[in-house]
Design a protein around this ligand. Structure first.
Ligand SMILES: Cc1cc2nc3c(=O)[nH]c(=O)nc-3n(C[C@H](O)[C@H](O)[C@H](O)COP(=O)(O)OP(=O)(O)OC[C@H]3O[C@@H](n4cnc5c(N)ncnc54)[C@H](O)[C@@H]3O)c2cc1C
Length: 407
């Protein structure tokens, strides 16, 4: 039997970040995951936006982890084949396996990794016991359950999933390459849907290393034949669905495997128990279209490791009333509610033909157009004033040099 303060089950984004934060805080923790080398998994492939990156910085490991990612610096926004804006961007492309390995490299002692599968968990007000596939057992004051979508362990504990929206969206990931040119004209691109009938909210293209990665999202059933077409004839299927995309990208080809993954929205029930706390996808999922899954994971983990665990460890026992403070944390609750609301509003703004949502679509288009036009105008004014300053400084230096030569 190994003894620790915190046993973390699952070393994906949530569990690995928690282990890194606890280790840095000097709290003894064991992170248990079967994979020593994280396998390819189609999950989040970029960290982006001020809110998400600020959350990542609160973990204390962002600087080192982001060194393994590709920063694009500028994201082009387009719709209906029109380029609306070239936005300065804080997007960092990184494949999920590389992200997890970079986070794990930041786990210091007294936190440690154990490579095994957890086969059983029993919890109480006092100490918790987890049993591993290699026959070992761990005794901990608290179990952090970060095992993602895996339902087996939760069910053993009487924690169930309540599906809010089955197959809410489909995520499709692949690599895109330009045809007949060395590179695309844009550093990164977000291309919004052309018509509701195609059921596509947007396509995002962003660099990861020397490749251009594509994440395309769709609101379709898991058995929709369109997905088969997308898998076997991705270029033709995308050209049919987004006919004016090539005005921005030029001709392109798809290389490598096309990964297709449906996502259900669910929240857990029956999770208020002694000795165990749920984080990340183990607690609830969100829709990948919103790009807020990482926000939820990071909000859970930073509140848990910065606020709640240090307070819980300072007193005896680990009862359900104590752990409830995490589920009732206003920061966690606000992030979960924001993410869930976004999952439904994104779907509505893509598909709904009602007057309210049509107006929303138009308003968004005009807002991007307005923002882009203002940015172009500001750039032109600044270029002109620079040129003016340059010409007046060179004319004054030429007049002073002619004065000095006449002297
Ligand atoms: C296709 C797709 C695209 C996405 N795109 C985005 C995006 O663009 N932006 C965004 O913010 N979010 C996105 N998300 C959401 C984001 O990827 C997830 O919210 C996040 O990865 C969840 O991390 P996690 O650690 O909770 O779960 P996971 O990463 O699934 O980790 C679970 C871990 O538990 C381990 N495990 C399972 N069972 C056991 C066991 N019995 N014993 C030990 N270990 C176990 C697994 O090996 C795994 O390492 C996307 C999700 C999907 C599916």
């Amino acid at each position: 039997m190994r003894y620790t303060d915190i046993a973390i089950i699952g070393g994906g984004l949530a569990g690995s970040t928690a282990a890194a934060m606890l280790g840095r805080a000097g709290i003894s923790a064991l992170l248990v995951d079967p994979h020593e080398v994280y396998p390819f998994d189609f999950r989040v492939e970029k960290l982006s936006g001020d809110t998400q990156l600020d959350r990542f910085y609160r973990t204390g490991i962002a600087d080192s982890v982001l060194r393994s990612a590709t920063h694009d610096g500028e994201n082009w926004i387009a719709r209906f084949g029109y380029l609306l804006d070239k936005k300065p961007s804080r997007q960092f492309g990184i494949m999920y396996d590389a992200l997890i390995m970079a986070i794990r490299a930041e786990i210091p002692k007294p936190a440690e990794l154990v490579y095994a599968k957890v086969t059983d968990v029993s919890t109480s007000d006092d100490r918790q016991k987890i049993t591993l596939s290699n026959g070992e057992a761990i005794s901990a004051r608290l179990v952090v359950l970060a095992n993602g979508l895996n339902v087996g362990l939760r069910r053993n504990l009487g924690i169930e999933r309540q599906v809010i929206s089955a197959c809410h969206s489909i995520s499709i990931g692949f690599d895109l390459a330009p045809v007949g040119r060395a590179a695309f004209a844009f550093p990164a691109l977000t291309y919004f849907s052309e018509r509701p009938s195609e059921r596509i909210p947007y396509l995002t293209l962003f660099p990861v290393g020397n490749k251009m990665r594509a994440n395309l999202f769709a609101y379709r059933e898991a058995d929709d034949p369109w997905l088969r077409e997308m898998r076997h004839k991705p270029v033709e299927t995308m050209n049919a669905a987004l006919p004016r995309l090539r005005r921005i990208t030029g001709e392109y080809t798809v290389s490598g495997e096309v990964k297709i993954r449906p996502a259900d929205l669910y929240v857990c029930t029956g999770y208020r128990r002694p000795g165990i706390v749920l984080v990340g996808d183990a607690f609830a999922t969100t829709c990948p279209v919103t790009g807020t899954g990482t926000d939820k994971v990071l909000s859970d983990v930073t509140q848990l490791c910065n606020v709640h665990i240090p307070a819980w460890l300072a007193t005896e026992r680990m009862n359900a009333a104590k752990i409830a403070s995490y589920y009732e944390d206003p920061v966690k609750q606000a992030c979960d509610a924001w993410s869930m609301a976004k999952a439904f509003s994104f779907r509505k703004v893509t598909l709904d033909r009602g007057i309210y949502w049509r107006t929303q679509r138009l308003a968004r288009f005009l807002a991007w157009f307005g923002e882009g036009s203002l940015r172009r105008l500001r750039k032109a004014i600044s270029a002109e004033s620079k040129a003016h300053a340059h010409s007046s400084s060179s004319s004054s230096s030429s007049s002073s040099s002619s004065l000095s030569s006449s002297a």
